[in-house]
Write a new protein. Structure first.
Length: 165
């Protein structure tokens, strides 16, 4: 549990497709438009999590446009699922942070997080965390399904780095 910061300029572009969110940005003083935008953003994030084949049953996802924070609460099966859901919430353009209020039914060691910098590769990240560049598949697997290919990472993206197996 806790707050995890993200680069709000990096990530999936979920909010550009929503007229409610665009309306709230154009007129942020309207409480009704802000509430509609927050609800639409939370729904978009929930849909994105489901498209990653992660469970959302029993989760509560809210978005606060004023702070650009997502709050996610509920219980999930394991630590890896918990961390992947948090990353799905945070690796969205326009999200500055995630309030992680998730509980895991099967607690395990927490992963570390790494913010991808320009020029980073999974091999270089594996070398940094595991002292072995050839351990990059462990990082790739830990970030599936958000990552579809080991070469497709971008600056500002936050990756989970699980304890070395």
């Amino acid at each position: 549990m806790g707050v995890i910061s993200f680069f709000k300029e990096a990530g999936e572009k979920l909010f550009g497709k929503s007229p409610e969110i665009a309306a709230a940005v154009a007129e942020p003083s309207s409480a009704d438009k802000s509430a509609a935008a927050n609800a639409a953003a939370a729904t978009a994030i929930g849909t994105y999590i489901r498209t990653q084949n992660l469970p959302t049953d029993g989760l509560t996802i809210t978005f606060d446009g004023a702070t650009q924070f997502v709050t996610v609460a509920g219980t999930v099966a394991d630590q890896a699922t918990k961390e992947k859901i948090v990353l799905c919430c945070g690796n969205v353009q326009g999200v500055a942070g995630v309030n992680d209020e998730l509980q895991s039914s099967a607690p395990a060691d927490q992963s570390q997080y790494h913010i991808v910098a320009k020029g980073d590769t999974l091999s270089a990240i594996a070398k940094k965390f595991y002292n072995n560049a050839n351990a990059y598949p462990q990082i790739f697997e830990a970030n599936k399904p958000m990552l579809t290919h080991p070469d497709k990472i971008y600056p500002g993206q936050v990756l989970r780095i699980p304890p070395q197996a």
